[in-house]
Design a binder for this molecule. Structure first.
Ligand code: B12
Ligand code: SF4
Length: 500
């Protein structure tokens, strides 16, 4: 009898569930070849109990974990260790951005047998076939494993034509976990579907975790296929809004326009992530069509208004401070909310330079808010990712920054804050700089509460806005305890941590 496969999605959210697309797509890749189950850490009170119950049947030999840095690691690490002790002989396979980018520390932990390097759609079924039939696996692409203590990376395969991939097994997921519960209430709608329509990204921003894996490649599902899937879930389970989880949904204007035309009649609000320089090239009629079809808000990596820093970040395109301003104004015309994320705390030649960058960005963000007050601002502190070879990475290493060398260290409180991009542990940022960034963020969120927090009533919005007004206008950001108190009382939600 062929052994079964258990796929685990460690807990990543408190209460707001999303379709676990990573493990669902991995399940699709083996559907019909291997029997599989998903254990979703977001939906289980005691996920390990469930995992152990499955493994105790003796029918499962392969366990796959998808792992993002931060909270997911907090379950992934202890559970993988326990599985090795409680169920020896289980083959442990990890995939996802964290496992790929940090493969050395993951494999050297001693409790992960294989890491899938990027897309698992072919690598995973091929690996399972090989293991199940005692065949060599060394020729399979996109694999990382240890051989006599040395890391072996097999060659990467070309990006798969997304139209050739199987449809996700939504009905089977629904048998394991009630699917409508995955359609969460968000700013976009009462039943929001999370959908992933393309892989990779054609750009090479020097701070981005997508770059080492996809190396400036991008492939997308055709618009009609995306529409078909969305429509299926709408008709069967009542989805009324879509969150596109692509790294860069809007690469192709034609695909965006085709999708907009198809979805227009469905009365669904939709959201995705894009680049300012890409969408600024879109024709007016495409932008109008997008809005008409339900595109209400788009997330953009604005990063900074400083052209010199933008260049260093190697955004790989044509983004400038002037363009960020002009685009905010253009989006206003089309009634699409630009959600701009900024990365503050970039390295500079000396502490004064670093502080100047921070002050410059704060002034720039206020300018954007003047141009288009609806612009949503998200502030991250710069956290390095190992895009080896980039100027920024070399500079980061030269300043003394090091990633943990033991897997468990990633779940220490300090590194968890790093993952959430709240405290980057970068040596050039002094506590005063971090405080300035955080205090400004508090005052900004007070003066302009995010529209994506649907629990915040308009009265609460007004109160907090007025309370923060003096600080915001005068630039007195230090110790904004009164705003923090209200945020805590009203459990203000930050999209950068809790999801879009
Ligand atoms: C949805 C999402 C979330 C959701 C989680 C949803 C859930 N699973 O419940 C939320 C909003 C909670 C979230 C939070 C965070 N996220 Co997140 N998230 C994503 C997002 C947008 C989509 C993931 C997804 O579903 N992809 C679709 C699937 C099909 O693709 P995939 O995961 O790459 O899977 C393929 C391969 O990687 C591989 N694979 C993946 N897993 C496995 C497992 C096995 C066994 C195998 C064989 C193969 C395999 O095969 C799959 C099919 O080809 C990605 C960006 C992206 N576009 O992928 C970021 C992303 C994964 N997140 C990221 C980060 C950093 C975070 C945070 C830690 C920080 C932050 N501020 O965003 C927080 C953590 C907070 C928390 N509470 O956990 C980074 C990871 C970067 C890195 N250095 O590793 C990403 C890449 C975004 C980015 N560009 O920075 N996230
Ligand atoms: S455009 Fe976005 S996804 Fe693409 S490389 Fe830059 S930050 Fe990463």
């Amino acid at each position: 009898m062929t052994h079964k496969v258990l796929l685990f999605n460690p807990r990543s959210s408190n209460g707001k569930y999303r379709i676990p697309n990573s493990v669902l797509q991995v399940a699709a890749s083996i559907d019909g070849k291997f029997e599989w189950v998903i254990v979703d850490g977001n939906r289980e009170r005691d996920p390990y109990k469930k995992i152990a119950a499955y493994l105790r049947t003796g029918e499962f030999r392969y366990v796959g974990f998808t792992v993002m840095p931060g909270p997911q690691l907090k379950e992934a690490i202890p559970f993988a260790k326990s599985i090795q002790i409680d169920f020896p002989g289980t083959v442990m396979i990890w995939g996802g951005y964290f496992a790929t980018n940090q493969c050395k520390v993951v494999l050297r932990s001693g409790y992960v047998d294989f890491v899938i390097n990027g897309p698992g759609d072919h690598a995973f079924p091929d690996l399972l076939e090989a293991l199940e039939n005692n065949q060599p696996y060394e020729g399979i692409r996109n694999l990382i494993y240890l051989n006599e203590g040395k890391i072996v990376k097999t060659p990467k395969e070309d990006l798969i034509e997304q139209a050739t991939l199987p449809t996700l097994p939504y009905d089977k997921l629904n048998r394991l976990y009630d699917l409508p519960t995955y359609l969460g209430k968000t700013y976009l709608g009462t039943k929001t579907l999370a959908y992933h329509s393309s892989v990779g990204c054609p750009f090479t921003c020097s701070f981005c975790a997508v770059v080492p894996i996809y190396e400036a490649r991008w492939k997308a599902k055709p618009a009609d296929q995306v529409y078909r899937d969305v429509k299926y879930i709408k008709d069967k389970w009542g989805a009324n809004a879509i969150e596109f989880h692509d790294n860069n949904f809007f690469v192709s204007e034609k695909r965006t326009a085709d999708f907009s035309r198809l979805i227009k009649g469905e009365n669904m609000i939709w959201w995705g992530e894009g680049r300012i320089d890409t969408i600024h090239k879109y024709k007016d009629e495409t932008l109008a069509l997008m809005r008409e079809s339900g595109c209400k808000m788009i997330f953009f990596g604005a990063e900074t208004g400083n052209d010199e820093v933008l260049k260093k970040m190697d955004k790989g395109g044509t983004q400038t401070g002037a363009q960020i301003r002009a685009f905010a104004a253009r989006m206003k015309k089309f009634d699409i909310i630009p959600e701009y994320s900024f990365v503050l705390g970039m390295p500079g030649d000396d502490p004064k330079k670093v502080m100047d960058y921070i002050d410059g960005d704060i002034a720039f963000i206020k300018e954007i808010k003047d141009i288009n007050p609806d612009t949503e601002i998200i502030i991250y502190t710069y956290s390095p990712v190992p895009t080896e070879g980039s100027e920024l990475y070399e500079k980061t290493l030269a300043s003394g920054f090091r990633f943990p060398e033991i897997l468990e260290d990633w779940i220490s409180p300090a590194w968890e804050n790093f993952d959430l991009r709240k405290n980057p542990l970068t040596p050039w940022l002094t506590p005063a700089m971090i405080d300035k960034i955080r205090d400004f963020e508090t005052v900004l969120n007070g003066f302009y509460p995010t529209v994506s927090d649907i629990r915040l009533s308009s009265l609460k919005r007004k109160v907090i806005h007025h309370l923060a007004a003096l600080r915001y206008r005068s630039g007195l950001y230090k110790y904004p305890y009164e705003i923090k108190l209200l945020h805590r009382l009203w459990r203000y939600r930050q999209p950068e941590i809790q999801g879009f």
